[in-house]
Ligand binder design. Structure first.
Ligand SMILES: [Zn+2]
Length: 470
């Protein structure tokens, strides 16, 4: 209290303190307004925006981390040197310990044990998740001709958002776990492909089960057709069929061949597969996201989705199969790493199948929402640690009622969206608090150093005048 009185005696200090209070209040209030219940389309869109804001806060943290830590060290040394008082050091050390603890909270937050309750009746027995690597929502909706032509058979979203860091491994793991990279732990591409953007982002082994592990415990066949071998290593388990593919064409051809060769077994056990189409990313890095080549590659990959669609119809599986098409991250120019997140976060979503609504647009969504959606469709639990929201409005209400009588889909959708919005708000508070506190503490340290320098020079001038007089 004494301390506060001393500070408030100065007019400039009053202004600084006011700005500090305003900045924290804005963090508390502004995102909260987006968590309120309104119509579900707006709630879906708000959830995407809040998740993108969360990515921005992490991006800011990574960008300021090294600089702020340096300012802390020199700032604290400066204060000690100028004031020669250990109490200041103690206070500053206490503060930095607090920040570091907060930083590590989400990293070490315990993940509960996986529970395996009895399986509910599935809405579809076969689910195919297709990822277009590095594909922007706007380019996709202009050039993915086959998908655009089949929009009226599907539920789609103009944009859903990917997670931070905006690279392949963390986001594929987020698709498979329904958790933010800061929860599942895979925060960079493998150690061999250096993509760590900051001291905090590392490639780690995932700390939780994914939807392929869980599907396996319920006797569902699982398969992964992915380009990076490291991803194959961390996803699924020893029962999962894993194929390292060389390009998009190889990926889809391998998947279709596998389906045809195992059709009887898949038909009786059910199937969950991820098919990774990598060439869109390679083309983006080579020619840029404004190039004709990039657009043409996305069009080609949409045709590959058409091949799978035809295979499903040829096999007579159209009544119990679901195809989900999305991307792992967007693109900006020739890159997608270390880019202001909103420029690379927007990716497309297209969902097709008997239980899926026809010609219906969602207001938004996130990659972490895919796994909860798949779990709901297959009737199995979500991975423990998942924070995603099932995209329930994508499902045909009458169809779901015909299989699970007691489910009120519209009410459940709103309830889940509300939970997801609030969970994301809490995470925004955490990262926003850390960002603001790091910036303000660095500012205050620089400011106190300047004030102390001023005081020291005033005192030495006084001393000089006194000695001259004496
Ligand atoms: Zn890439």
């Amino acid at each position: 209290m004494e301390f506060l009185k001393v500070i408030l005696r100065n007019k400039r200090n009053k202004i600084i303190l006011g700005l500090l209070v305003v900045s924290y209040s804005m963090l508390l209030v502004l995102p909260f307004l987006q968590t309120l219940r309104t119509n579900p389309f707006v709630m879906e869109s708000n959830l995407s925006s809040l998740d993108a804001l969360r990515s921005i806060l992490l991006f800011v943290l990574d960008s300021i981390l090294t600089l702020t830590l340096t300012v802390w060290v020199f700032g604290i040394l400066g204060v000690i040197f100028l004031k020669r008082r250990l109490t200041v050091l103690k206070r500053m050390l206490g503060m930095s310990v607090l920040f570091m603890t907060l930083l590590s909270t989400t990293l070490i937050a315990p993940i509960g044990a996986q529970e395996n309750p009895e399986r509910e009746l599935p809405l579809a027995k076969k689910v195919f998740i297709i990822t277009f690597d590095g594909t922007r929502a706007d380019v996709f909706w202009e050039h993915a001709t086959w998908i655009i032509n089949h929009k009226n058979e599907s539920t789609w979203a103009y944009r859903i958002v990917c997670e931070y860091p905006t690279v392949t491994y963390p986001n594929h793991e987020s698709i498979a776990t329904g958790a933010w990279p800061q929860i599942h732990g895979v925060e960079a591409n493998s150690q061999w492909i250096s993509t760590a953007t900051s001291l905090l982002r590392k490639f780690r082994q995932p700390r939780m089960d994914d939807i392929f592990d869980i599907a396996d415990t319920y006797g569902i066949m699982t398969a992964l057709f992915l380009a990076p071998p490291v991803l194959l290593g961390i996803m699924g388990n020893s029962h999962t069929y894993k194929k390292a593919v060389s390009d998009s064409n190889d990926s889809m051809t391998s998947a279709i061949n596998y389906i045809k060769a195992h059709a009887t077994e898949i038909d009786s056990k059910g199937f969950l597969a991820m098919i990774h189409l990598v060439d869109s990313d390679t083309t983006g890095h080579a020619f840029g996201s404004n190039s004709l080549q990039y657009a043409a590659q996305i069009k080609k990959q949409a045709d590959l989705v058409g091949d799978l669609y035809s295979t499903i119809i040829d096999l007579g599986w159209e009544n119990d199969s679901i195809i989900i098409v999305t991307a792992d991250h967007g693109f900006y120019g020739f890159k997608h790493l270390n880019v202001w997140p909103p420029l690379v976060a927007d990716i497309p979503l297209w969902m097709w199948g008997k239980p899926i609504r026809k010609n219906f647009q969602l207001g938004g969504g996130r990659l972490v929402d895919i796994t909860p959606t798949v779990a709901f469709i297959l009737g199995i639990p979500t991975p423990s640690g998942s924070i995603g929201v099932p995209l329930l409005r994508a499902l045909d209400e009458d169809f779901v009622k015909s299989i699970r009588e007691d489910v009120n889909l519209s009410d459940l959708a709103i309830e889940k969206l509300s939970e997801g919005l609030f969970r994301t708000y809490l995470d925004i508070l955490l990262w926003g608090f850390i960002d603001l506190s790091m910036l303000w503490s660095a500012f205050i340290l620089v400011y106190s150093n300047l004030l102390l320098i001023k005081e020291v020079s005033r005192k030495s001038r006084e001393l000089r005048i006194r000695t001259e007089k004496g």
